[in-house]
Design a binder for this molecule. Structure first.
Ligand code: PLP
Length: 405
């Protein structure tokens, strides 16, 4: 930043101040200041952090996704003015509901935050005493029915309200578990294939017993249609991550669906203080960023983007296959992270390096490349890369494989 004092000092050493204001003024500052003025200060380098090419995907630990400049512009814009937080949420919620053709919406603190406030809204309705009572659920409906195969760690977002999980397997157990204490039924789209009951039957059972339903779709765009599909299918509440496929702020998300439940969910969020959701604040900057990221995502040419991902994956695959003993598989996960993906394996008698060591070499190289995988293979996607980076990844991969052949 050019402080006023520095500015005056700079001006005083310039021979003919008036005529030199402009680019010359910058040249009188230190390089660090100039870089900061131009917005090129390398914060990560200053902090001693390495950045990397993301060939892995939308991983929370790898900071999710990158935002387009329209999104960061909206965030920067948001930081320049005051507005009423509730009014902002009202307006943006209405706008998102219109864009996604659903009854109502709110920007939440990630898909995880959406789950907590969504369930809290279902449990407490518009009763402020109940809102203040959570996470003590005495006297309230506080059971959430979850299929066993869906109960991976994310159900903790539901436990945050004070509710309990009732784990069931199959239709019979599910119907038996529904009772006076049942608050909600929760479905994990990513694990659709890990449990007996699929989306439509799940909704049918819930409706039969008058129980609200929630579907976690955190990592389920693409396809873009999913943003519309599950509210139309009849789920009362639907959650998406902001910082995965939509490429919005990583700590934002979307809660879509039933207006009554979402209005009630909002009672648990700031500015209200005596709530379980006070720490799940979404600031005005990220509310705007989320809206703009969604607008951009809806406008994108999804077919063209898909074709690009396929080409990129093919390029990397072919590069790996040019090394003797290497096998690859290109596949698209059916649910969640539904993008062209690559699995690379090799005969370790011919290519003498373990997948873990190959991943380490990719990470330690210049530029650093992050991948996923197991003891048996290395996994990659290209959807979180900048176009062009696939060439660097393809070359580097081949180089390492060849060096060990
Ligand atoms: C990422 C993820 C979440 C958490 O989403 P955030 O937006 O990071 O809060 C929840 N559920 C599933 C299935 C996820 O993949």
């Amino acid at each position: 930043m050019v402080t006023r004092r520095k500015l005056i000092k700079t001006l005083s050493v310039l021979p003919i101040a008036g005529s030199l204001i402009g680019p010359h003024l910058l040249s009188a500052n230190s390089i660090a200041e100039t870089a900061s003025i131009a917005g090129t200060r390398n914060f990560f380098k200053e902090l001693g952090l390495r950045t990397f090419i993301n060939a892995a995907g939308t991983y929370t630990s790898m900071t999710g996704s990158l935002m387009h400049k329209e999104v960061t512009s909206a965030i920067t814009y948001g930081a320049t003015e005051y507005v009423n937080l509730d009014e902002l949420h009202d307006k943006v919620g209405e706008r998102i509901a219109m864009l996604l053709d659903c009854e109502y919406a709110t920007v939440s603190s990630g898909a995880f935050g959406a789950m907590t406030i969504g369930l809290a809204g279902v449990i407490c309705g518009m009763d402020n005493e109940k809102v203040a009572q959570l996470p003590d659920t005495t006297g309230l409906k506080d059971e959430v029915i979850v299929q066993e195969g869906h109960d991976i760690g994310y159900t903790h977002a539901l436990l945050n309200t004070g509710a309990k999980i009732v784990s069931v397997k199959g239709r019979k157990e599910m119907e038996k578990a529904i009772g006076k204490k049942t608050a909600m039924m929760w479905f994990l789209n990513a694990n659709t294939d890990n449990a007996e009951i699929e989306q439509e039957e799940f909704i049918e059972i819930a409706k039969k017993h008058g129980i609200p339903t929630f579907i976690d779709c955190a990592a389920d765009v693409p396809p873009v249609e999913n943003l519309f599909k599950f509210t139309k299918m009849g789920f009362d509440l639907v959650a998406f991550s902001g910082g995965k496929g939509i490429r919005g702020p990583q700590s934002a998300g979307l809660l879509l669906g039933n207006k009554e439940f979402i209005t009630a969910a909002r009672l648990h969020t700031p500015p209200r203080g005596t709530t379980i959701g006070r720490g799940m604040k979404v600031n005005k900057e990220e509310v705007l960023g989320m809206l703009v990221a969604l607008e951009l995502y809806l406008e994108r040419d999804h077919e063209k983007e898909w074709k690009m991902w396929e080409d990129q994956i093919n390029l990397i695959s072919n590069s790996a296959l040019s090394v003797n003993g290497v096998k690859t598989e290109i596949y698209v996960p059916k649910y969640a992270n539904h993008v062209p993906s690559l699995r690379i394996e090799w005969d370790q008698d011919l290519v003498k390096i373990t997948p873990d060591d190959l991943r380490k070499e990719l990470r330690d190289g210049h530029p650093s490349i992050e991948t996923v995988g197991s003891k048996e293979n290395v996994g990659m996607t290209t959807w979180m890369m900048d176009p062009g980076q696939e060439r660097i990844v393809a070359n580097r991969l081949k180089e390492i494989l060849e060096a060990n052949s």
